[in-house]
Design a protein around this ligand. Structure first.
Ligand SMILES: [Fe+2]
Length: 351
């Protein structure tokens, strides 16, 4: 088996190319959009043909290179059925993919996110953000669940023998791999801990949200099918002429994507009677009627992402463009407004 581990320093993400040395067919796991050229060069250098493009989950810290690799190689994308609906192949627990003489098995390992998968191939586990080296992924957004994470690690991953090699989705300390045995004995969040102690640890990590969560989750729900230049522009407005005041950047999101963004600021630009009316409002939304937005937004942090919502999505688009023109860097418009949100009440309704 061929296993090429590649590293994206901007997001500390590992990408893996796993190939069959006889047929020269390969899969890639967790490609990063900005590194697609590197990945294609690595495949060519190793004489490998890409057969499948896999993601372990909908990432919050980088945009997947899946769609770009699909466009350039013709290989299908594959991911959890619970994650990006755009994936060509929807994986469930136990789904197998054949790559030459290799058989890759998908394992549902939710907890970091609800769609998290690990992949097992011939004594090697690619654990995404479920199990890191002497650590775990966090569980505080995208339907993360510490109890589910505990079960995924202790019941699914620790069911493999000690010698199984663990290849994580990230490392921030220069390490590259671990083993099930090493993690079983030394992972400080899990080894010697009870399930309740693990949940307590996970509840008190005190981590800031990933800087690019808003852009990345929205893009990754579409398998990374975004205008890369526009995304970079939105992330770095001062460096791009496209951010001139007459060309605002507003990203449309749907209620499902809003759910993924966790504690993002939500601005409701309807009138007070609507805010407290039949459609209710999104919990923790801030009521700022459209007419009062210019004055109210004067002191807000322009680098922090925010979502604008109204009844149907029209007033919120006006507000979102105005905010973007005013220098707000990451502005999202809830498409369909509260009518759409009400039809898919993913974060509950307050009234
Ligand atoms: Fe992640």
């Amino acid at each position: 088996m061929i296993n090429i581990q590649l590293f994206d320093p901007a997001s500390s993400t590992f990408t893996y190319i796993v190939g069959d040395d006889q047929t020269r067919r390969a899969v890639i796991i967790d490609p990063v959009m900005e590194q697609v050229d590197r990945d294609l060069a690595a495949l060519a250098e190793a004489g490998l043909t890409l057969k499948y493009i896999l993601d372990t989950h909908v990432h919050a810290d980088h945009i997947t290179g899946a769609s770009e690799l699909r466009r350039r190689t013709g290989a299908p994308t594959a991911a959890s059925a619970a994650g990006a609906a755009c994936a060509d192949i929807k994986l469930d627990h136990g789904t197998t993919l054949t790559v030459g003489s290799l058989e890759l098995t998908a394992l549902a390992t939710p907890g970091h996110t609800d769609d998290s998968m690990s992949y097992y191939v011939d004594g090697h586990l690619f654990t995404g953000d479920t199990l890191l080296i002497h650590g775990t992924g966090r569980s505080d957004f995208q339907n993360g669940d510490a109890l589910a994470l505990w079960a995924s690690i202790t019941e699914v991953l620790y069911a493999f023998p000690d010698e199984t090699i663990v290849w994580p989705g990230h490392d921030y300390k220069g390490r590259s791999k671990s083993s099930i045995g090493d993690e079983r004995r030394h992972n400080p969040r899990v080894a010697g801990k009870t399930r309740e102690e693990f949940v307590e640890i996970m509840a008190n990590l005190g981590l800031a949200p990933p800087k690019r969560i808003a852009e990345c989750v929205v893009a990754n729900r579409k398998c990374g099918q975004v205008d890369a230049a526009a995304e970079r522009s939105a992330a770095s407005p001062s460096s791009s002429p496209e951010r001139a005041p007459t060309s605002p950047r507003v990203t449309n999101i749907d209620p499902m994507a809003l759910k993924d963004l966790g504690s993002i600021r939500v601005i409701d630009v309807r009138e007070p009677a609507e805010f407290h009316g039949d459609l209710g409002h999104i919990p923790d939304a801030q009521l700022v009627p459209l007419a009062g937005l210019p004055a109210a937004s004067r002191g807000w942090d322009k680098a922090a992402p925010l979502v604008v919502v109204c009844r149907s999505g029209q007033r919120s688009m006006i507000a979102a463009k105005a905010l973007s023109n005013g220098g707000f860097e990451r502005v999202f418009n809830l498409v369909g407004g509260m009518l759409a949100y009400r039809a898919a009440p993913v974060r509950g309704i307050a009234s």
